[in-house]
Design a binder for this molecule. Structure first.
Ligand SMILES: NC(=O)c1ccc[n+]([C@@H]2O[C@H](COP(=O)([O-])OP(=O)(O)OC[C@H]3O[C@@H](n4cnc5c(N)ncnc54)[C@H](O)[C@@H]3O)[C@@H](O)[C@H]2O)c1
Length: 349
């Protein structure tokens, strides 16, 4: 008999409702067993649609029964402590949303705990599992540097995608994220945006530019976004994101290598369950290969990876050390960008 894994949902907001529940509905061998959210109205509304108990905190969820798999869909600041609690409680697998953690100390703490318990871990970095990207990556590996990489992301408000993916129950609005309760300053905004949005592109970029040297320029954009240039071992990077807007969503990754070699890739926006990345890669010999969109997407693939680890003992596509290095790479860039903004404002004064 095929085992059905129980799943506990930690945080019942947009990522859980509009990404993980539609994805779980496409998969065999998984059954949601509990929903936790400190906003009990949200927890109960989501739990009711699944006919499972709601919990207001993690202890309560674990008392109702330790799930086989936990999904961490809570705000970023809670990921590390919740991973530690869940690992100690004995869950077999964790699908933790990006960013995995927010600091190097948190990275060290979860590494020790996960290694000790042997918990399977997948990070919800869906582009790293996207079948179109994985096909392109095989070709991109043939390109030679130095590289220039450009990530551009223009999006409408998340709510537009969430509402197309599901019937959303909205959490109460989050409070301000700046220090002393005020709105974030530009350095904080860019730090948060790198950890929240640029982080989707950074693991892909890390394969070409494995270490940062400096951020030359970083700025916060209105209504929300960033514009920055950076240099690292292996080449240069431009990152641009702006949202929300009324324009057509556009999410691209451009890679320029030696000579005429290059890659131009497009990704579906977050929340969109409509196939994979697509684009083309021009190899060093001048041959251009098209990457046609695959029918499946990175959200399904990340779950399949976790389930293969649990059912077959399969090796993870990305071992723990790899996902930790991914998040440390993002943390370092976020810090460099925030420092560049602080430095630039001092010059302007
Ligand atoms: N992979 C993707 O495409 C994608 C898309 C959106 C969000 N995310 C990630 O998912 C996470 C959640 O983001 P979101 O957009 O769903 O909304 P969010 O961060 O605003 O809140 C999600 C829910 O968490 C609840 N919450 C607050 N404190 C909590 C706690 N201590 N424990 C559990 N739940 C708590 C809130 O009440 C809310 O219902 C973030 O880490 C984000 O980066 C990933």
């Amino acid at each position: 008999m095929v085992k059905t894994f129980t799943v506990g949902l930690i945080g019942a907001g947009p990522v859980t409702q509009a990404i993980h529940l539609p994805t779980l509905a496409r998969l065999d061998g998984v059954r949601v067993a509990g929903v936790m959210d400190p906003d009990m109205a949200v927890a109960q509304a989501v739990a009711a649609t699944l006919d499972v108990p709601a919990a207001a905190n993690l202890d309560q969820l674990l008392q109702q029964g330790v799930p086989d798999i936990a999904v961490i869909g809570s705000p970023n600041a809670f990921h590390a402590t919740q991973i530690l609690t869940l690992v100690q409680a004995g869950v077999r697998g964790i699908l933790a949303e990006k960013p995995l953690v927010m600091t190097p100390d948190e990275a060290q703490a979860i590494t020790a705990a996960i290694e000790q318990q042997g918990t399977a871990l997948v990070v919800g970095a869906m582009h790293t599992y996207d079948p179109g990207w994985l096909e392109a990556q095989e070709l991109v590996r043939q390109l030679e540097g130095p590289f220039h990489v450009r990530s551009t992301i223009y999006l409408p408000a998340n709510a537009r995608f969430e509402d197309r993916a599901t019937n959303m129950v909205r959490p109460a609005p989050a409070g301000p994220t700046g220090s002393a309760g005020g709105p974030p300053n530009p350095a904080q905004l860019v730090h948060g945006a790198v950890m929240g949005l640029a982080i989707h592109a950074l693991p892909l970029i890390r394969g070409l530019i494995p270490a940062w040297e400096r951020v030359e320029h970083a700025a916060a954009l209105a209504p929300w976004g960033y514009n920055m240039t950076a240099t690292g071992r292996g080449g240069t990077v431009e990152l641009l994101a702006r949202m929300p807007g009324t324009w057509r969503p556009d999410w691209q990754l451009g890679i320029w290598g030696a000579g005429t070699s290059q890659a131009a890739l497009n990704f579906p926006p977050s929340y969109v369950h409509n196939g994979s990345a697509w684009g083309q890669v021009t190899l060093p010999d001048g041959a251009t290969k098209a990457i046609a969109p695959h029918l499946t997407n990175g959200y399904v693939a990340e779950w399949q990876d976790l389930l293969a680890q649990l059912t077959e003992g399969a090796a993870p596509r990305y071992p723990l050390v790899h996902v930790i290095d991914d998040v440390l790479y993002a943390i370092e860039l976020a810090g460099l960008a925030a420092a560049a903004i602080a430095g630039e404002s001092e010059v302007a004064r």
